[in-house]
Ligand binder design. Structure first.
Ligand code: F6P
Length: 320
């Protein structure tokens, strides 16, 4: 019986469990046995895994987090760690490895693919949605909805107190989460790392809004723009308005995956196992123009995913 390994690595994302479940069940239906390596790359370095069966992955489709656990693994950034992981794959005769994670995990997977005969396929899962080769990653939709639910509540208190709120969302160095969340909560301003912002313009917009009777507002800021605490203070001092900062934080990483995140997880899993059973590796699966596709892992690691700046332009018009 051929063996498929599964690992979840880097920051967790809602829907990772749905992906583990689908990979396990699809792989079993094709006659593979499945091993789940634990705690990200650490499991490959230390040879710690659990057998995954169609029964053992029951009841997890709705769970946030990852039953396999995950880590950021500094040891795997060194040659020695990658060598150990390759040895583990050879020792367990792992034919194919599915790596569920984001761009950092895929860079690790690319390094590992150079040291092993095991086929490696990436399944993009990160709330940041910053993986080239897919329009959407597993967990993104859930994180967007989590943030929107919270910001709708913040809007209530902003309106009551006639305050401006800066709401900081995650996204590491990118603004995919901030732009989608900002547009869908009707934010007056959206700040992302990809587009340099002008403080004077922010002050001006707030003053104009106040003059036309809009006495409260929401600024959605990506964590990657820098010090939002300082920005809140500067706005308060220059725009004649009370400002509060709300950092949404790790709640964005958890929670039950939305139907969309579960659907993507299941479709990506199907494609990943299909690629492996056809003998194809060094790829990531993805969503492009409504189709489940795949691209080379190397291309994914070497290319920066562009941000759709039209979302920002549209949000601006919608917030007038
Ligand atoms: O990549 C997902 C993410 O939540 C980012 O949005 C955030 O910057 C980062 O992980 C936080 O990393 P850690 O889990 O190591 O604190």
């Amino acid at each position: 019986m051929r063996t498929i390994g599964v690992v979840t690595s880097g920051g967790d994302a809602p829907g990772m469990n749905a992906a583990i479940r689908a990979i396990t069940r699809i792989a079993h239906s094709k006659g593979f046995q499945v091993l789940g390596f634990e705690r990200g790359w650490e499991g490959l370095i230390r040879n710690t895994f659990v057998p995954l069966t169609p029964r053992s992955v029951g009841g997890i489709i709705q769970l946030g987090g990852t039953i396999l656990h995950t880590t950021r693994c500094p040891e795997f950034r060194k040659k020695e760690g990658i060598k150990k992981a390759a040895e583990t794959l050879a020792f367990n005769k792992v034919y194919g490895l599915v790596v569920i994670g984001g761009d950092g995990s895929f860079r690790g997977a690319l390094e590992l693919s150079r040291e092993t005969d095991t086929l490696i396929v990436g399944v993009p899962a990160t709330i940041d949605n910053d993986v080239y080769g897919t329009e959407e990653t597993i967990g993104f939709d859930t994180a967007v909805n989590t943030a929107v639910t919270e910001i709708d509540k913040i809007r209530d208190t902003a309106v009551s107190h006639e305050r401006v709120f800066i709401v900081e969302v995650m996204g590491r160095k990118r603004g995919f989460l901030a732009s989608t969340v900002g547009l869908t909560v009707g934010a007056e301003t959206i700040l992302v790392p990809e587009v340099p912002y002008n403080k004077e313009e922010i002050f001006q917009t707030i003053k104009e809004n106040t003059a036309k009777g809009k006495k409260s507002g929401i600024i959605v800021a990506a964590e990657g723009i820098g010090d939002t605490r300082k920005l809140a203070k500067e706005i308060e001092e220059n725009a004649n308005v009370e400002v509060r900062l709300s950092i949404l934080g790790y709640a964005q990483r958890g929670g039950s995956p939305t139907a969309r995140s579960r659907l993507l997880a299941s479709l990506f899993a199907e494609k990943a196992v299909e690629l492996l059973s056809e003998g194809q590796g060094s790829k990531i699966v993805g969503l492009q123009n409504g189709e489940i596709t795949s691209i080379e892992l190397k291309k994914c690691c070497e290319t920066e995913k562009p941000l759709n700046v039209n979302l920002l332009k549209l949000a601006k018009v919608l917030a007038t």
